[in-house]
Design a protein around this ligand. Sequence first.
Ligand code: FES
Ligand code: FES
Length: 165
Amino acid sequence: MNPSHEARATSTVSFAVNGELRNVRVHPMERLLDVLRNELGLTGAKEGCGEGECGSCSVLMDGLLVNSCLVPVAQADGSNVVTIEGIAARSLLHPLQQAFLESGGAQCGICTPGMILAAVHLLEKKPQPTPAEIREGLAGNLCRCTGYTQIFEAVAKAVQPRVAR
Ligand code: FES
Ligand code: FES
């Protein structure tokens, strides 16, 4: 096959995004981040570094936290992807979103979707994390604005209602 022709070859990739089956016709090596943002209009995942270092592009794929800037979309075929757009229950913010809002955990907002999804992932594994476990759980996500204190407070705050029950 002519190499330039091969470079443009596309195929259909099918995966669930926030509970809805989506079929996209794209080059299989296109980044999941770009497919989410450009093909599916889900712009919550942000591009920070584009190199797997900052976590701002984080999404959940089959329950695992992944940097979508590093995932060729072909790898997502048949998977279940959750983005920040998928965690709220209709018009109600997810408790972590509400806690970030109340604690000032979001400033410029670039890191926020990834931070919240990292926290969702953490709380699924450890519903009652210690402060050290919260820091560790978010260690792959960088923030240039907040100094992290409000972010850690927000996650702790989202945990508190469960403690009170
Ligand atoms: Fe993906 Fe930074 S943009 S890890
Ligand atoms: Fe700006 Fe975290 S709020 S990078």
